[in-house]
Design a protein around this ligand. Structure first.
Ligand SMILES: [Mg+2]
Length: 213
């Protein structure tokens, strides 16, 4: 992929499904957590899955959806402990590290913008050292709005100004890309295969990258 570096001053990058394989997260939410929750509550696996998916639908696109404490309290399980049981599944997407090194060479303002909770970000940094590639790492909880909400981008700009016309942003979430577009961010890309173990089911209005670089 040839990015228009001449016209880019700021790079904003999502983490899960963009730089790191979404397989860790999919496996956790669709397999590991339902099994642990069913066991703990003495439920049939299908009932556990139903309860979790109901909460997910109810809180989709909100900070709760991304909040470790919300899930720990709602399901009465220790989400961080359960996550730490499957950290062997955390890993980079193909070419992600080469792409990050390239971004560092091409641009002096490279920021991670993630909806992941800071505790999860720390867990992933411990496993991948992904923080070494960024000038700044921002969790949406700290800006008080998820990336799906256009106020996130306003807060991001207040935190450290950037010119949306000269900003590159990569994310695998369509609602997030749409919100970035509403803020005026110009160079927008989606991801063709966020999860190495399952095919992407939804299309995108934005160009989808098969390879990051
Ligand atoms: Mg993502």
């Amino acid at each position: 992929m040839q990015y228009d570096w001449q016209n880019i001053d700021t790079v904003l990058l999502d983490m899960d499904g963009t730089l790191l394989d979404l397989h860790f997260d999919s496996h956790f939410w669709l397999e590991h957590l339902p099994h642990a929750f069913a066991q703990r509550k003495n439920l049939m696996l299908e009932d556990a899955r139903y309860k979790i998916s109901q909460l997910m639908t109810e809180h989709a696109g909100t900070l709760n959806w991304y909040c470790v404490d919300f899930w720990s309290e709602s399901l009465e399980v220790d989400i961080m402990r359960l996550k730490s049981e499957v950290t062997y599944k955390i890993g980079y997407r193909p070419t992600a590290e080469a792409f990050l090194k390239h971004c560092q060479r091409e641009c002096s303002d490279v920021r991670m913008v993630t909806n992941a909770h800071r505790k999860i970000l720390d867990l992933k940094i411990a496993k991948t050292s992904i923080d070494q590639y960024f000038d700044q790492l921002l969790c949406s909880h700290e800006l008080e709005h998820p990336k799906e909400d256009v106020r996130f981008w306003q807060r991001l700009n207040e935190n450290k100004p950037f010119d949306p016309e000269r900003t590159l942003f990569l994310d695998d979430n369509e609602a997030v890309l749409e919100s970035a577009e509403r803020h005026g961010i110009k160079h927008l890309y989606s991801i063709a295969e966020p999860d190495s173990q399952r095919k992407r089911k939804t299309p995108s209005r934005f160009p989808m990258l098969a390879n990051l670089i």
